[in-house]
Design a binder for this molecule. Structure first.
Ligand code: FES
Ligand code: MG
Length: 574
């Protein structure tokens, strides 16, 4: 134990015999607590992203009580501090617009309250990075409690996967091959318990990354949300955070460059969502241990995908992954590719945590010599069209598209794309490259529009994949030949803004190259004729977002929230 009672941050609110402390104590007594509840005890914030509008966090209303139970058992005092919930499916125009909002809220909640440590409750896509980014900037000891994946979907005895099967069967329906009745049954069967998407989407990816970099107790990220193990894990988080406060185990003491290298390697082996790049870059920059797109690309060349989870994998879901041993078992398999000395929230190293882990199904968690995809989940391409990179998930692309030259069919915004997709006379073939622009961070808040719909005309011809290029993101449950996060984005005059329908684009994934087959002179002339579009928002949060959001390759944080921006924020005067 390194921390003394009088050194607790909360003691500045509660311990003194002065006028202000009288006020703070009397207001705690007002809530019905006695001095024995909180005097001399670590105060633990529980930042809870529960809301009636977040289907993935329904259980957090009960789980927070389990966390509190653990905190009380260990001699702490729990303070639940609710934060914006960010349901991936409900929040528009995109939850990405509000990830940094949650990060700001988390940081300021912790800073402004009498708090010594925090349990962070999240899971639905943006909540994990938002919570971690904010908590990192505040720097108090913190532990992350993942919501956990929902159970497998079920339709007439057939397994359904979040997102992936919705996309797949929607195409079937558009091609006229699925009845109204079957579609309605799927609607009722694809999400049948609380918890996050159970494919290897952004939620499962980010919960797994949080565990890999050390922010969860071992195995926490794989436990299905309705499992009794999840209840016990919640209480354990409460018990552990109190000890972390006494040990003064802050993120700064816990994290190292190796922690983030582990996060990237695990992301690759999981067959992660493309969104992992943006979020992990942002998280690492908050920690002052920045990783870049090149770190992901380098890792992808020596870590294969070994988690056989859809959409990269062919059949299994997160529930199967848990039964197969979960993340600790996967990390054990790839131990040679990890920094085993990296520290985690339980005070032990990654190596110690995974020592006893075991794989119970080696088709779900494959051995290194039998990966489902030999190279990692993501590749970063560069070229005259994307000087700061474009991201693709090769494991989810039809192989014929990995080296391909095609004619561009360009859309300036999503509504015009949507309107064209069902046009039976659209001039398009499966060899063309669909291009959507002005969907990047400043252009649209970077929504998940990047899996551009295959034109209905082509679906009816049996085309199931084609190259699609944008400055948008895509859902981690998506798949196909989608080139994403094109940086710099079109809205700020990136080369994507200069592409014309009919131009030829060459994509070469093995060579990590993307090239617009247009001369430098012609591109310079087009650039000179380009005029910037007006800003999207003239007041409010969007106004601030448009002025301060960084580009995709920089993690889309706000410039003023980054660690190196300005002097450190002082502790509040009490
Ligand atoms: Fe919440 Fe997918 S909608 S994790
Ligand atoms: Mg998603």
């Amino acid at each position: 134990m390194t921390k003394k009672l009088q050194d607790l941050r909360s003691a500045r609110w509660f311990a003194k015999d002065d006028f202000r402390s009288f006020g703070h104590r009397s207001r705690v007594l007002q809530m019905g607590y006695g001095p024995e509840d909180f005097i001399g005890k670590p105060v633990i914030a529980i930042v809870n992203t529960w809301s009636d509008a977040n289907q993935c966090h329904t259980h957090f209303k009960q789980r927070v009580e389990d966390v509190k139970r653990g905190i009380l058992q260990a001699g702490g005092w729990p303070l639940e501090l609710p934060a914006i919930s960010l349901s991936e499916s409900m929040v528009k125009p995109t939850s990405m617009l509000y990830r940094n909002f949650l990060a700001m809220e988390t940081e300021e909640l912790l800073r402004s309250h009498p708090v010594d440590g925090a349990v962070l409750m999240g899971g639905c896509d943006k909540t994990t990075p938002g919570l971690l980014m904010g908590a990192l900037s505040m720097g108090l000891p913190c532990i992350y409690l993942p919501a956990g994946p929902m159970l497998r979907g079920n339709w007439r005895g057939q397994v359904l996967g979040s997102g992936s099967d919705a996309f797949k069967y929607w195409d079937e329906r558009r091609a006229g091959r699925l009845s109204d009745q079957a579609w309605a049954e799927m609607e009722a069967g694809i999400a049948r318990s609380h918890g996050t998407c159970m494919t290897m989407g952004t939620a499962a990816t980010m919960m797994g990354i949080a565990e890999a970099i050390g922010f969860t107790l071992p195995g926490a990220s794989s436990i299905p949300a309705p499992d009794a193990n999840h209840v016990r894990m919640s209480a354990e988080c409460g018990r552990r955070i109190v000890q972390m406060v006494w040990e003064d185990l802050t993120p700064a003491r816990m994290l190292s460059a190796g922690s983030f290298a582990n996060g990237i390697a695990v992301a690759m082996a999981m067959g992660c969502s493309t969104n992992a790049i943006i979020h992990l870059v942002a998280i690492s920059r908050r920690a002052g241990l920045p990783v870049t797109l090149d770190d992901f690309d380098a890792a992808s060349r020596h870590v294969g995908v070994i988690a056989n989870i859809r959409p990269s994998g062919d059949r299994y879901l997160m529930e199967d992954f848990f039964y197969a041993g979960g993340l600790p078992a996967m990390m054990k398999v790839m131990a040679a590719k990890l920094d085993l000395a990296a520290l985690t929230v339980n005070g032990r190293t990654v190596g110690e945590n995974i020592a006893g882990a075991e794989v119970f199904n080696d088709d779900v968690i494959r051995p290194l010599d039998n990966p489902i995809y030999a190279e990692g989940a993501l590749a970063v391409l560069r070229g005259n069209l994307a000087p700061d990179g474009v991201v693709i998930k090769p494991s989810a692309v039809a192989p014929r598209l990995l080296q391909h030259t095609g004619r561009a069919l360009v859309f300036d915004d999503y509504p015009s794309l949507k309107a064209a997709v069902d046009d039976p006379d659209l001039d398009v073939t499966g060899d063309d490259i669909l291009v959507l622009r002005n969907a990047g961070p400043k252009g649209a808040g970077m929504p998940e529009w990047g899996m551009l719909p295959i034109p209905t005309k082509l679906l009816k011809q049996g085309v199931t994949d084609m190259l699609r290029l944008s400055d948008a993101r895509m859902s981690g449950t998506s798949y196909g030949g989608c080139l994403l996060h094109c940086s710099p984005e079109a809205f700020v005059g990136g080369p994507l803004a200069l592409v014309k329908t009919g131009d030829r684009i060459t994509v070469d994934v093995p060579a990590r190259r993307i090239h617009l087959e247009v001369s430098d002179e012609e591109l310079a002339a087009r650039k000179a004729a380009w005029t910037p579009p007006p800003p999207r928002y003239e007041r409010g949060y969007g106004w601030m977002f448009g002025r301060h959001i960084l580009q995709a390759h920089e993690g889309c944080d706000f410039d003023f929230l980054e660690t190196q921006f300005g002097a450190p924020v002082p502790e509040p005067v009490i």
